[in-house]
Design a protein around this ligand. Structure first.
Ligand SMILES: [Ca+2]
Length: 162
């Protein structure tokens, strides 16, 4: 299944997207029409020790990505955001290309955000996808509650398609 994608960044550094970007995206969402071509939904969100450092300070997001493409090659930009209880936000950008010409394709994606569950309280995870540079989409958000604690290192993330 992974061969259907060109995952250009399997293991990414944190991309800090400024609040300005988020606000800009919100305003475009409010004017969105119904024919956007990437829709992301959350199946689950939870914490675990995913990097084996014995600290349960990693976040796993289980998502379904639906892609409605009319052409053979669809470039997808998927923004994944995690908001900590303090209001600190981490934004990650996953870019990949789908080579498939059928309409209504969907795939699962596990998103591991390492060393991000560093506070106690409720977390929000958000995701929105754009295809071929389109300017509108719908952002989905899920709220969950990791245990908190303080983890070492800088946040990193990994995307696994399934
Ligand atoms: Ca860990």
């Amino acid at each position: 299944m992974i061969s259907q994608y060109e995952v250009s960044m399997k293991r990414m550094r944190v991309v800090f997207i400024l609040t300005v970007f988020v606000l800009g995206m919100m305003s475009s969402i409010s004017t969105a029409s119904a024919n956007f071509s990437v829709y992301v939904s959350f199946n689950d969100a939870y914490y675990a020790d995913l990097d084996g450092d014995t600290l349960q300070d990693d976040i796993r997001l289980d998502m379904t990505i639906e892609i409605y493409n009319y052409q053979y090659s669809t470039d997808v930009e998927l923004y994944v955001g995690i908001t900590l209880p303090s209001g600190t936000q981490y934004w990650f950008l996953v870019t990949f290309t789908v080579y498939k010409s059928t309409y209504g394709y969907s795939t699962g994606m596990l998103f591991n955000a390492y060393d991000t569950a560093t506070e106690s309280g409720w977390y929000d995870a958000s995701a929105v996808g754009f295809a071929n540079g389109e300017s509108y989409s719908i952002m989905e958000t899920i709220t969950f509650d990791p245990p908190g604690g303080s983890g070492p290192g800088n946040p990193q993330a990994e995307a696994i398609f399934y």
